[in-house]
Design a protein around this ligand. Structure first.
Ligand code: NAD
Ligand code: MG
Length: 404
């Protein structure tokens, strides 16, 4: 519990990314309420330096030791007292700092798991954007939230919308206790919703990253184009709201105006609408249970005009089907799926793999890596590592896509 009158300390893991920068934008609007305690980045020392100058955090973290030493020297010369740490230990130390009340978990991919878990174990308010952490280790993660009394607030826009459509504290007890029949998880369908399937083989990383409604990091943009993002979000929803995939229905909604819906047993459906701007869920999680300005434009409902819905096409988007397969298989299957996806997406972004090969690499990895129970972190990390090795071999055997 934060004392009244005291500034709330906030750490931003992944501060130089899309969600991280949106978080700092919201925090800058409310300097009378929050202070930045720690900021982390992987390689972008230049942007991290700029943010250290502006927000004066106690700690900054960079991936590599040499780069961290250079940043430390530069900050010292500029008269800024920020202490620079590095590597995975630095990230975990930043996540645990006693001065931080809230931690924004906005590192992309599996690299976010251990620092996010460190924040959970330190009992922070954890604002979770890093969905891969829950996909990989949902059982362990949710058990640790309860054990350490952490406060988990979803940042992923759909999950934040679902949270907002549910009664307070609904995250604790499952859907039946609060009379929820099902969750309607909306999806835009990404940039290739209507592209002829024959053209998908040749699409470039630039085309895949050009999302029609959202500006996001490159990995999640490709995930949105394959719809693996929605598959990961089904898994995320099952852990967050303590339910099963048969109660999470994916609905295509190309306008991205409704960010998700909750259907109750009496037939009522509650929806959350807002402009597609991540500052809305970020401000919600920071201010919860209150409200504050986010900087997002008000949604002009008349200009919006119409809201369309359709069922997703699993043939066009095989990644969605693969995510369901992983959920049904249980154990470490979701960690294996996530690892193979990260390897395949990186290869696609580096033009070493065709877009249409992404699901094939994931499927072959799921076929070849043995899965285990997912209640020990070591097992999850071991299966993640094995899946990465297998997926990398599969990528190297495939023909690279032609240069555009
Ligand atoms: P991004 O690529 O823009 O930023 C990623 C951040 O993570 C950067 O600060 C980067 O320095 C850091 N990072 C990357 N690899 C790292 C490593 N190995 N070690 C330490 N730090 C590392 O990504 P993003 O779009 O901001 O997404 C962040 C997370 O939020 C993802 O899990 C994504 O799925 C989720 N998310 C993003 C959005 C969005 O609008 N961008 C929406 C919903 C959920
Ligand atoms: Mg989302």
């Amino acid at each position: 519990m934060v004392e009244t009158g005291k500034l709330i300390g906030v750490t931003v893991l992944g501060a130089t990314g899309s969600v991280g920068m949106n978080t700092l934008d919201v925090l800058a609007r409310h300097r009378d309420r929050y202070r930045v305690v720690a900021l982390t980045a992987n390689t972008n020392a230049e942007r991290l330096f700029t943010y250290c100058r502006e927000y004066r955090p106690e700690v900054a973290v960079l991936g590599e030791a040499g780069a961290a030493a250079r940043l430390q020297e530069r900050l010292r010369t500029a008269g800024i007292a920020t202490r620079v740490l590095n590597g995975p230990e630095g990230l975990e130390a930043a996540a645990r700092l006693p001065e931080a009340d809230y931690v924004m978990a906005a590192i992309v991919g599996a690299a976010g798991l251990l620092p996010t878990l460190a924040a959970v174990r330190a009992g922070k308010r954890v604002m979770l954007a890093n969905k891969e952490a829950l996909v990989m280790a949902g059982r362990i993660f949710m058990d640790e939230v309860v054990r350490h009394g952490a406060e988990l607030l979803p940042i992923d826009s759909e999950h934040n919308a679902i949270f907002q459509c549910m009664p307070p504290h609904s995250i604790d007890g499952g859907l039946d206790r609060i009379g929820v029949e099902r969750i309607l998880l909306t999806a835009s369908g990404g940039p290739f919703r209507t592209t002829p399937p024959a053209d998908l083989e040749k699409v470039s990383p630039e085309q895949a990253c050009a999302h029609p409604n959202w500006v996001m990091g490159r990995k999640i943009s490709v995930d949105s184009a394959t719809m693996m993002n929605k598959g990961l979000e089904v898994i995320e929803a099952c852990w967050l709201f303590r339910t099963t995939p048969d109660r999470v229905r994916v609905v295509l909604h190309p306008q991205s105006t409704i960010h998700s819906m909750v259907e109750y047993v009496d037939g009522s459906i509650l929806a959350h609408l807002a402009a597609p701007d991540m500052r809305v869920p970020i401000a919600h999680a920071l201010a919860w249970p209150g409200r504050m300005h986010s900087g997002a434009d008000s949604l002009d409902i008349v200009a919006t005009g119409r809201l369309d819905f359709e069922a997703p096409d699993l043939e066009r988007f095989p990644c969605l089907g693969l995510a369901y397969r992983a959920i049904e298989a249980g154990g470490t299957a979701a960690a294996i799926l996530n690892a193979a996806n990260e390897v395949a997406v990186q290869a696609f972004l580096e033009r070493r793999l065709a877009f249409t090969e992404i699901p094939r690499v994931i499927e072959s990895t799921l076929d070849s890596v043995a899965l285990h129970e997912s209640d020990a972190l070591e097992t999850v990390l071991a299966d993640d590592a094995q899946a990465r090795a297998v997926a990398a071999r599969m990528v190297s055997r495939r023909t690279p896509r032609a240069a555009p």
